[in-house]
Design a protein around this ligand. Structure first.
Ligand code: PLP
Length: 354
């Protein structure tokens, strides 16, 4: 069975800590999931509510209105130049999980400490999955490599030079470079496609509206990049029935036509990050990266808190659930998601102080 070749789904390991947190006497605050809690902006909800009639099948390629919106967004916001194409997808997790299968990739590189679906996608495809460090000069030969900047779980932002080295690696190896940019607008720098500077061959960027527009429940995302590669992916998706629902396409058009709300959301996360960082440092935590995305990645200086599960327990006793770093490949660290209301973050700040 395919599921037996996949890594263990780790979230069950958190259940005992969730119980400690929920019976701690404090109001429970879940900073483990990274699922948005701020509302989907009203103008997006309202655009959808006006277009609920959808008797026919949607196009895999997306409606002409959506394609036009995606192209405009790619050029104006992502800085894409040269020949390129776009394709809506059903959330970026789905795409990440299936890309190696669609491309029949034999060897897939993915960041050593990372979102687990890069590895899962390689396993589903039966590819050889190889964990690599962020500097591409040490990467082995492969036919697909994943980048994720700003990163989950570390909040690390790769420098332009590292991204350019990744582009050079892809060109030298005639390999596909897939850049997961779902947190780009939350403290990131440039899209890989801006750095590709009009030569988009073998390069794609994956974008998601889940976090940037608080639309995780809609399952709305898109890819942009090499036109030939996207044509190939679109062709496979047409056969596989992976169409984005019509009403979600409507919501995407609305969301991507208004970038101001994304900037507002970025400012909200930054405020939450600032509040937590200062008390964490004062409480003896050592912060690594954590400059962007929606996460704080840290460990503790005390001998009795050297292991992630010990720190998870420390938080659980304060009614707060955080994620052990072992879920991502580093068991001294924990990941704190900034996805709680301002009021809950203020409560967490007070509990860490005490
Ligand atoms: C790095 C990264 N990529 C992709 C995803 C998937 O997002 P979605 O499927 O909601 O677009 C996540 C979700 O947390 C993520 O952290």
């Amino acid at each position: 069975m395919k599921s037996q070749s996949l890594p263990d789904f780790p979230w069950d390991e958190l259940k005992p800590f969730s119980k400690i947190a929920q019976t701690s006497g404090f109001d429970f605050v879940d900073l483990s999931q990274g699922t948005p809690v701020d509302a989907t902006p009203d103008f997006i909800q309202s655009a959808v509510s006006k277009k609920l009639n959808a008797p026919g099948y949607p196009l895999t390629a997306g409606s002409s209105e959506l394609v036009e919106t995606l192209r405009k967004f790619a050029q104006e916001i992502l800085g894409v130049k040269g020949e390129f194409d776009v394709l809506p997808i059903i959330g970026s997790k789905e795409f990440i999980a299936w890309l190696p299968s669609v491309l029949e990739s034999k060897n897939v590189l993915y960041p050593r400490i990372s979102y687990p679906t890069y590895l899962v996608g390689a396993k589903i495809a039966g590819s050889n999955a190889i964990a690599v460090d962020s500097e591409p000069s040490s990467w082995p030969v492969a036919d697909l490599a994943w980048l994720n900047s700003p990163a989950n779980p570390t909040g690390e932002v790769l420098s332009d030079q590292v991204l350019l080295n990744a582009i050079n690696w892809a060109r030298k190896n005639n390999a596909v470079l897939a850049s997961d940019e779902c947190y780009l607008h939350f403290g990131g720098k440039k899209s890989i496609l801006e750095l590709a500077n009009g030569n988009n061959e073998n390069i794609i960027a994956v974008h998601s509206l889940s976090k940037s527009s608080n639309m995780a429940g809609y399952r709305a995302a898109f890819v942009v990049g090499d036109a030939n590669l996207i044509a190939e992916i679109r062709q496979v998706r047409k056969h596989a029935g992976m169409m984005v629902p019509t009403i979600v396409q409507t919501a995407m058009v609305a969301a991507l036509s208004n970038f101001a709300h994304v900037k507002n959301q970025a400012a909200i996360y930054e405020m939450r990050r600032k509040k937590l960082l200062s008390v964490l440092i004062a409480a003896g935590f050592i912060i690594e990266h954590s400059e962007a995305a929606i996460y704080i990645w840290c460990k503790h200086s005390a001998d009795n808190l050297k292991e992630d599960l010990k720190i998870v327990e420390w938080f659980a006793k304060k009614g707060v659930l955080v994620t052990p770093g072992r879920f991502y490949g580093a068991s001294e660290f924990i990941r704190i998601a900034l996805t709680a209301t301002d009021n809950q973050i203020d409560q967490v700040v007070e509990r860490i102080k005490s």
